[in-house]
Ligand binder design. Sequence first.
Ligand code: NAD
Ligand code: IPM
Ligand code: MN
Length: 360
Amino acid sequence: MSDKSKNTAKRIAVIPGDGIGMEVIAEAVKVMKAVTKKTGRRLEFTDFDWGADRYVKDGTTLPTDAVEMFQRDFDAILLGAMGDPRVPSNVHAADILLGLRFKLDLYVNIRPCYLLDARRTPLKDRTEKDIHFVVFRENTEGLYVGAGGIFKKGTTDEIALQEDVNTYKGVERILRYAFDYARDKGLKRVCMSDKSNALTFGHDLWQRLFKKMKAEYPEIEASHQYIDNLLMQMVRDPSQFDVIVTGNLFGDIASDLGAQLAGGLGLAPSANIHPGKVSLFEPVHGSAPTIAGKNIANPMGAVLASAMMLDYVGYGEEAEMIARAVNAALREGAVTTELGGALGTREAGDWLVEWVEVIT
Ligand code: NAD
Ligand code: IPM
Ligand code: MN
């Protein structure tokens, strides 16, 4: 690598958001600074105060020029979480988080469910090799597009509609991404999940495109499970999965379950990407208002999300270092209280920083 490319900073937009989002992102930034200090490569962080506080103060959600600005001025975005009891409509989360997913066209939501330490799964007698799969969640359509409406609100004649939007292009590109991923990583099995036995229009499209994809990738063992069965199978025998691909809502649900199988929601990272374009990285968990501000949230999901981000922007060495640090912390029990450890959020971040400084 030339000296010039070595010293060009990657520009990271940081949106800590609400609740524990602020606490875990502070730790992720600390850890990223530690690993880049080691490698000598540069990151430039710019903070955005979007979230419930700002919304309550002045009504700001996603500024109109935000999408263009991210595309022009940034390599990636790191987000904490959105959600606050003061905003029961969740309108700021819809505008900011879902807004960025849609407007940046981040059609792949990657949610790895990798058990890093066998002691941490709630399943009996399972080890790291049994729980090692990734959920690809369609991220730009489905029930999330906001198509619908409420008529005669507040009356006993009320009608509430929420449309499930499935497009040929949208379904095809997420399926193709999952199949390409499996092929490129040498993984054998792709499981597509839908509810085509009941949702006979929208998910019929998933069925037809899945069959087309199956024919295009004969080397992949492509299987199908209805979503209700899939969730049961994830608990019964998670070792049957390498790659799961599904729609927006089902992927949201399956990834929280997958996170717990892999040791806990506090450990789970995710990437919202459009290959080659500015993309957004976040932990799978939310703002957890009941534990916010107490220095008890687990920062590892955010830290691992930042590793996914560094890998995406070309800092693979730093990403690898972070993964090793988190693995070491889990092995040594240097974890927060929900995992049975004694560390606070900041102390868990400090432990990772110190490991990077001393060991690597
Ligand atoms: P949540 O993920 O915030 O919390 C679920 C449970 O997991 C809670 O018991 C919480 O204490 C625990 N938990 C979550 N993260 C943890 C961590 N890092 N360390 C330790 N424990 C952790 O989900 P929820 O309670 O359903 O939602 C709370 C708010 O967050 C809502 O407003 C919701 O809409 C929002 N939310 C936002 C995102 C996001 O921005 N990406 C994701 C999920 C939920
Ligand atoms: C997630 C969250 C969001 C979603 C909410 C906050 C809208 O649960 O990222 O998993 O459903 O996508
Ligand atoms: Mn979710």
